[in-house]
Design a protein around this ligand. Sequence first.
Ligand SMILES: [Mg+2]
Length: 388
Amino acid sequence: MRGFLFALVRAARSRSRAELQTVQRRRPSDLAQRFSHSAAAPERPSFGIAFDIDGVILRGRSPIGGAPRAIRRLYSEDGTLKIPFLFLTNGGGVPEHRRALELSQLLGVNISPTQVVHGHSPYRELVDRFENDLIVAVGKGEPAVVMSEYGFRKVLSIDEYASYFKDIDPLAPFKTWKVEQETNNYMSAKVHPSYDVYSERVKGVFVVSDPVDWGRDLQVLCDILSTGGLPGSGKGDQPPLYFAADDLEYQAAFPSERLGMGAFRIALESIFNQINDHPLKYTSYGKPNPFVFKNAATILEKLVMSMYPNSQTSKEVKDCQFSTIYMVGDNPEVDINGASKAGHPWSSVLTRTGVFRGNDNDPQFPADTVVDTVEDAINYILEKECIR
Ligand SMILES: [Mg+2]
């Protein structure tokens, strides 16, 4: 089947070459100027690319699939961005500017913070609603720092919040492992004593990244969500609950998939529904939510405008002007399904370096193209778009 697939890819490439020859015969100067900064009237690129990170670009913290070499092809020799692209990941837990720096170091190119879209990036849009409310941020990394940088003013990480309530986690004395405390613990009560967690109700819970201490977090979240935002105070209305993503599994450094935020959501929902007489209400962001793809298209449009400030393009982003945006991902249910649901101009490219390892295409969520690695994906896209 793999041979059959390669034959299909070869056929598509031949088609692209044939199409290119036809177009070149018609409009040679137009194509020559299409992606050149130095041309007299540079035209904006007609395509963009969104890359998933885990299982496509990195496994754990190690680049995979020829990612550094391949990503460098999207830059000019002087290091400036040539092809508009961004990273569209359901992961996160650190501010976007810090992830951009980490990716720049790992891949050897200059990645700007605007090119990093985390699962939790859309939380920015909720600042007005919760700006002065006490909220709890859950997950690995620095979830409270992420939310504070978005503009939320009264944020506590679940670690900090739980630490105020003696005996809230009855298993804590049995947790003998050493927990490294955040050195940048600037949201502590000492610095922000202006609110009292024993009387002020939590108005929103944001799962920013994969929870670390599932047992404690399930307990504390059930407390917050069942009591109207004040553990130990009796039943109350559930405060809003948000998840940055809903991935059941994802590819990390271990050979087989790991349980993701979606698995935690299932656990929390199942337990909450058993101990309450009404179902848990929540909102999930992240791929495959079509909103995420629409948001990514808008960000790519803005990126193109910054790359081509003197182009004819309107200064305002009204509609998506790309003829194609490629989603390169390893997870059929998340990346491919999301691109498919988003529709035009999204086109999906599935790699075999992560969750998907099949010889052929995924039967449930088939991609438009299947390749081995991200390097193959970039080669395919650049050839299809007639970029050398
Ligand atoms: Mg992935």
